[in-house]
Design a binder for this molecule. Structure first.
Ligand code: CA
Length: 340
């Protein structure tokens, strides 16, 4: 599958609390909430847990997705306690593509769409107050889109002890396009516009750019994230597990480290040290008998070369998640630093 992802801070917020993942088999969006640094941390942690659990061998896609949602929920809840964020949560919507099947996992009010032969089908139900009212026939989708309480969501990763994701599969045809997005897109841009702006004559890159531009033109009141995947003309069946279990897993098991603490030791956070971007392992602060945070690497990237909002994030220390998320974040940072 050919995939692209874009995220944009929008025109009003001074933080981007969305996160995404786009690789040849997986599309994920997460829309963090909780204000300050909590939302972005929740979104990145959730995606990091997806990366760890989605490709575990020997299990079926459905149970791997269920495990990923449980792990994401536990990680966000634990980080909320450790970092002292009481209202920390995130939406999580993913598509895992195996041959001509796409598995969808979903919690919250981000969305997955399927664009098939020019018609757009919404695959997910919004777990939101207005989403429920639409399903009960008490609001129409247009009323829901501008409703003053449209931000009230009924289910999020991290908000409750148990999470109940919607998990289902759909069949894909060659040429089908999957679109995952956060509500920063769908609040400003309706389904007809999405179908037109993301139509197949546009490449995935062009489609993603069109959608982000339209959401900003509509006000850009929220962070906007779009991930697009095009089903190949010939789709080989792939059984993934690209994320090898690192040898340290065995070591940790031998040492008898508690699983949750171990999982968090696999996380990285970024900070500013001597005016440069520093990569640290663990979680900043360290609470509840947990103190894994340590400097892993001081990079050559100067903090003052980065955008102001990002500098603030680094000052507050920015949790990024696991190895793959770290690599992606560092590429983003390098791009931002060069651009200025
Ligand atoms: Ca949002």
């Amino acid at each position: 599958m050919r995939t692209v992802g874009r995220t944009d801070i929008g025109k009003v917020r001074d933080e981007n609390e969305d996160a995404y993942l786009a690789d040849e088999q997986t599309l994920v969006v997460a829309d963090g909430m909780g204000g300050y640094e909590a939302g972005g941390t929740a979104a990145r942690l959730a995606i990091s847990e997806v990366e760890k659990h989605l490709y575990k061998p020997l299990k079926r896609a459905r149970s791997n997705i269920a495990a990923a949602f449980v792990a994401a929920n536990n990680a966000v809840r634990k980080a909320g306690v450790d970092l002292g964020y009481s209202q920390m949560g995130t939406t999580l919507t993913l598509a895992l593509v195996q041959g001509d099947i796409a598995w969808i996992g979903h919690v919250g009010d981000s969305r997955a769409y399927l664009l098939c032969e020019g018609s757009l089908r919404r695959l997910t139900n919004d777990h939101s107050l207005v989403g429920e009212l639409v399903r009960q026939g008490k609001l129409n989708p247009e009323e829901a889109r501008v409703h003053p309480r449209r931000n009230v969501i009924t289910q999020a990763i991290g908000s409750r002890e148990r999470v109940k994701p919607d998990i289902f599969s759909i069949a894909l045809q060659p040429g089908d396009r999957l679109i995952l997005c956060t509500d920063g897109l769908t609040t400003g841009v309706d389904d007809d516009q999405i179908a037109a702006l993301a139509s197949p004559e546009n490449s995935p890159d062009e489609a993603a750019d069109n959608l982000i531009r339209a959401a900003k033109k509509a006000g850009g009141a929220d962070n906007i994230t779009v991930v697009i995947g095009d089903q190949d003309e010939k789709a080989p069946v792939k059984r993934g597990y690209r994320f090898m279990v690192p040898i340290v897993v065995v070591a940790a098991a031998v040492l008898g480290l508690a699983t949750a603490d171990y999982a968090l030791s696999q996380n990285y956070y970024l900070s500013s040290v001597n005016g440069r971007v520093a990569i640290n392992r663990g979680l900043p602060g360290g609470a509840a008998g947990y103190r894994f945070g340590r400097l892993e690497k001081l990079t050559a990237i100067r903090v003052r070369d980065l955008p102001g909002y990002f500098q603030k994030r680094l000052e507050r220390r920015m949790v990024v998640g696991g190895d793959a998320t770290l690599a992606k974040t560092m590429r983003d940072i390098e791009r931002m630093a060069v651009r200025r």
